[in-house]
Design a protein around this ligand. Structure first.
Ligand SMILES: Nc1nc2c(ncn2[C@@H]2O[C@H](COP(=O)(O)OP(=O)(O)O)[C@@H](O)[C@H]2O)c(=O)[nH]1
Ligand SMILES: [Mg+2]
Length: 331
């Protein structure tokens, strides 16, 4: 069976609404990327060096990342030779297959959170201002709440005006309590309070918001360290996840943010927001390949249920849906 048909079968086994969310959220990327790939494969009669050069440009244009693209092109060339592929149309399926391989290579846990079975799980969210930390926490609180978990949120962004209230609005919306102190107070003290409350209420999961001013890098990193120290001291083994939130619309800049944060703190995974707002959704692959960090969740819109656990196959389907459907229908 062809790769596209297998892909279609795999995603068909999952909930339709998930496929739809990925498809909708990736529509901008798909429109620009697919259009260019389609145009490429229809202009070329054979798969030659020039074909690969153009393909390289298209992939880099979609923010897949230069070194990832280089790896990919090398593997594509090998595969094309090995399978003796002459028809450029056939290369699309090979690209999508290789993209999945690239993403899934490596051993660490790619999806889901490191949840503790019978004790409190603490998740710390870090990232610069405006990337979507607070929104993501609200969405994740909603997700766990609807799974029947006892959820609590900590308003650790005490720096920015309105940040505490913003989290409270989410709390009301999703029916989850927020532990807070007044604006300007020490975020580490907020975390201490939040952990005591979480223990007293036997919460399953505590979601910790933080401030994100990058212009004051040294202070921010010191503050994060202090917050982390308090969490570590109060809950052995915590934080169980440190999720770095990145805004997909900032492109390669997101990668440099990731490097800065990774140096300062032990980031365990990425939440990539606003994929719906960019035509360069290839950034997922660059993050995975160049930072070696898994993308745990993707933001596909502003609504409560627009945050989805990242799924490689849904993502690749979201990028190649037109080509996949063409092939499935024409056979
Ligand atoms: N379209 C879209 N907007 C998002 C997404 N995630 C967050 N946002 C928006 O990004 C803006 C900043 O989010 P916020 O949570 O305040 O960022 P923070 O400063 O990191 O806490 C808000 O207007 C959010 O609604 C997403 O996945 N898609
Ligand atoms: Mg915020």
């Amino acid at each position: 069976m062809s790769f596209f048909k297998r892909l279609k079968e795999k995603i068909t086994n999952q909930t339709d609404s998930v496929t739809q969310k990925f498809k909708d959220g990736l529509s901008k990327t798909r429109d620009s990327f697919s259009e260019r790939v389609n145009d490429l494969v229809s202009r070329y009669r054979k798969v030659d060096e020039e074909f690969f050069e153009e393909l390289e440009e298209i992939l880099i244009g979609a923010d897949v990342g230069v070194s990832t693209v280089m790896d990919l092109i090398d593997e594509l060339k090998d595969e094309v030779k090995r399978k003796n592929i002459q028809d450029p149309q056939e290369v699309q399926a090979v690209i999508s297959e290789k993209l999945i391989d690239i993403y899934e290579s490596g051993e660490e846990q790619l999806a889901g959170l490191n949840m503790q079975q019978d004790s409190l799980t603490v998740v710390l969210f870090v990232g610069v201002n405006g990337v979507g930390k607070t929104t993501t926490i609200g969405k994740i609180a909603h997700k766990f709440k609807s799974e029947g978990k006892n959820v609590l949120m900590a308003a650790g962004d005490t720096f920015r005006a309105g940040a505490i209230e913003q989290l409270e609005v989410w709390g009301e919306r999703v029916g989850v309590d927020v532990i807070k102190q007044s604006a300007g107070s020490d975020p580490a003290a907020v975390m201490y309070d939040a952990i005591q409350s979480a223990k007293a209420r036997k919460a399953d999961i505590l979601l910790c918001d933080t401030a994100g001013r990058l212009q004051n890098k040294v202070n921010l990193m010191k503050e994060l360290e202090k917050v982390k120290r308090v969490i570590e001291r109060e809950v052995p083994g915590a934080p169980h996840e440190v999720l770095l939130v990145l805004d997909a619309t900032t492109g390669q800049n997101a990668l440099s943010q990731a490097k800065i944060f990774s140096e300062a703190t032990n980031v365990t995974g990425i939440v990539l927001t606003k994929l719906d707002g960019t035509a360069k959704g290839g950034i997922v692959l660059a993050i995975r390949n160049e930072l070696n960090l898994p993308v745990k969740f993707v933001g596909l819109g502003e609504k409560m249920d627009d945050l989805q656990p990242f799924d490689t196959e849904q993502y690749i389907y979201g990028l190649f849906a037109n080509a996949v459907e063409d092939e499935v229908q024409n056979s």
